[in-house]
Write a protein that binds this ligand. Structure first.
Ligand SMILES: Nc1ncnc2c1ncn2[C@@H]1O[C@H](COP(=O)(O)OP(=O)(O)OP(=O)(O)O)[C@@H](O)[C@H]1O
Ligand SMILES: [Mg+2]
Length: 328
């Protein structure tokens, strides 16, 4: 089965992700898939939270932090500016504290707590994940293609419910630490202690939202996760390990796509020994890949003559991936 059939046979899978180690071709394949689907008449959003702004590079259009930007008929691209989302999060927390206590300015002690809490990686990931949830919940696209950051990070997003738990625990602790201060404010303002903890309630609400959306992301009927591999020993080993880990998080692995395969037909030409050796090495690794991933191997994509940037190259790659790139 090839990539085209996977899409044709599973029209309900509207959330598409490409995962893999750094630099293997996740952004390239995300863009090519988005292009192909758009050409099929589907309304597509390809998006990322990558601060490297690689969608801006591949589409040769300034996209970063600008919301959904139209690339061509049916195709939009969006790069979420994670930093500004984190700042917005801090702002919201600050505002809630002010509202709760009727203060005009966040006291230094609390400000310090907010700063400390938001420097937590969990807080950062939460803010990013929340932005992703917004993108997926608000739009009305036929397909959402999430161009992931390299593997280790991606796992983090996918286990976000857990990260949220951690963060909420930290904030709970912070709330307890603040209690002393809070009581003092209440006494000064001659008010009774607030019975309900509004911030905590809010967090629990957010957590429910996240759980609901992470259930979409792990739903085999709605989501497809593709691994990008290259014919190299270490990459194959690491991908195998990652796939096992992903399976534990119930990530619905839809298949594997091999990138940067040097065409074997070159062997028929007069080529330098160096290149002939590379091709032979790749051939042995391709045998391994076929043995390990079996019928989950969906396409072999050749090393092209230049970097994949601009719609022309994206079209070329999409043609291979969704046409004659079928792995058999
Ligand atoms: N088949 C190919 N032929 C030629 N160049 C390619 C091919 N696939 C990817 N590239 C180039 O390799 C580089 C890395 O690809 P890409 O940005 O898609 O990787 P990535 O997995 O998204 O990287 P990161 O982990 O940094 O997000 C890019 O310059 C891209 O144009
Ligand atoms: Mg990328």
């Amino acid at each position: 089965m090839g990539m085209r059939e996977v899409f044709e046979k599973n029209p309900g899978r509207r959330y598409i992700m490409f995962g893999g180690k750094g630099g293997l071709g996740k952004t390239t394949f995300s863009a090519a898939t988005a292009y192909w689907l758009a050409k099929q008449g589907k309304k597509v959003l390809v998006f990322s939270v990558d601060p490297q702004a690689s969608l801006t590079d591949i589409f040769q259009k300034d996209i970063f932090g600008k919301g959904p930007v139209k690339i061509m008929e049916n195709l939009w691209a969006q790069e979420i500016d994670a930093d500004s989302h984190i700042k917005a999060y801090q702002g919201e927390i600050r505002k809630k504290i002010l509202d709760m206590y009727g203060l005009e300015k966040v006291p230094d002690e609390i400000e310090n707590y907010i700063q400390a809490a938001s420097a937590e990686p969990a807080m950062e990931e939460s803010a990013i994940f929340d932005a992703v949830v917004d993108v997926v919940v608000q739009g009305d696209y036929d397909y959402y293609i999430y161009d992931l950051v390299p593997l280790g990070h991606a796992l983090y997003y996918l286990s976000m419910a857990k990260v949220y738990d951690e963060w909420i625990n930290k904030v709970t602790k912070l709330r307890e630490d603040m209690r002393e201060y809070e009581e003092m404010v209440s006494r000064l303002k001659r008010e009774k202690e607030t019975e309900q903890d509004a911030i905590l309630n809010e967090l629990v609400y957010i957590k429910k939202r996240i759980n609901a959306s992470s259930s979409i992301l792990t739903d085999k009927a709605k989501t497809a996760f593709f691994f990008v591999v290259t014919p190299e020993d270490m990459i194959i080993t690491d991908t195998k390990k990652a796939a096992t880990l992903f399976a534990q998080f119930d990530v619905p692995i839809a298949g594997y796509v091999v990138n940067r395969v040097i065409p074997q037909t070159l062997l028929k030409q007069t080529i330098p020994e160096y290149l002939a050796n590379r091709i032979k090495m790749q051939a042995t690794h391709l045998v391994d890949i076929k043995t390990i991933f079996g019928d989950q191997l969906l396409a072999l994509v050749p090393e092209l003559e230049r970097d994949v940037t601009g719609l022309g190259m994206i079209e070329k790659l999409a043609g291979i991936m969704y046409g004659d790139g079928t792995a058999g």
